[in-house]
Design a protein around this ligand. Structure first.
Ligand SMILES: Nc1ncnc2c1ncn2[C@@H]1O[C@H](COP(=O)(O)OP(=O)(O)OP(=O)(O)O)[C@@H](O)[C@H]1O
Ligand SMILES: [Mg+2]
Length: 232
């Protein structure tokens, strides 16, 4: 892929602690394991991802801390690079930077814990995403293994937009992996957290492919044609 095929995924919601940085890291590693080249742009001065990188011994993904005012320029440069994906981690407070990160995205991931506070807090994010006409997906994060509360939250979210077929359950693997500079799929490849993240990545990848411009290869053109036939 690379160059013109590069896709940007922005992790965004103004609710602090909902899992933007955690998911950004583990999904970046999962994407890399699936054969893609990934660059992470960290727009949060909290520097969760740079700290993670300090503990990391494995290769990739590339991480750059950037100021919001430089995002457009950095994206222009990246468009000429060979990365398949750029992941953008944003701070847990609304700012003009958040808006430019949404603008730069091909897909916005909105992590959300199944709590009333989180469910309320994503509304301004969603409004911006709609205004900028961006594709988006919610990811229910830190959920209990099973509960009626999740089902309630999931139904609410499904009505509003897009929800993957997998929730990210609250598991210590997420905290432990980040602590040692890994993604969950590296830390405990056979664990349930790893399984959930891999499933989430493949859902995201499918969703990104659906967004790909029509000019692509024969196979894609065929798929597109099928879609148009159906729509007609
Ligand atoms: N699925 C999970 N299971 C267990 N712990 C989790 C999970 N997701 C996130 N956490 C933990 O929750 C805390 C907050 O997560 P994280 O830092 O990713 O949130 P954030 O949205 O980036 O926050 P901020 O808005 O402050 O940047 C961290 O301590 C992280 O380890
Ligand atoms: Mg963060």
């Amino acid at each position: 892929m690379g160059a013109a095929g590069m896709k940007a995924i922005t992790f965004v919601t103004q609710k602090g602690g909902s899992g933007k940085s955690t998911l950004c890291i583990s999904l970046a590693v999962a994407a890399q394991e699936a054969g893609h080249t990934v660059c992470i742009l960290e727009m949060d001065r909290q520097a969760t991802i740079s700290d993670w990188l300090d503990h990391r011994t494995a290769d990739g993904p590339e991480v750059a801390q950037i100021d919001a005012t430089h995002l457009d320029l950095v994206m222009e440069r990246l468009a000429e690079s060979s990365y398949d994906y750029v992941f953008i981690d944003t701070p847990g407070i609304d700012s003009s930077g958040t808006l430019s990160a949404i603008r730069a995205a091909d897909l916005c991931i909105i992590p959300c814990r199944p709590t009333p506070a989180d469910l309320r807090a994503f509304k301004p994010t969603l409004a911006a995403v709609y205004r900028l006409e961006k594709k988006f997906a919610f990811v229910l994060n830190q959920t209990p293994p099973r509960s009626y509360r999740i089902r309630d939250a999931a139904d609410g979210l499904a009505v509003l937009g897009i929800l993957p077929d997998v929730n990210i359950v609250s598991r210590t693997d997420h905290q432990d992996a980040i602590g040692v500079g890994q993604g969950v799929t590296e830390y405990n490849p056979k664990g349930q957290a790893a399984g959930e993240v891999r499933r989430l990545w493949s859902w995201i990848e499918r969703r990104m492919q659906a967004a790909r411009p029509r000019k692509a290869s024969g196979q894609d053109a065929g798929k597109e044609a099928g879609k148009h036939a159906k729509a007609a």
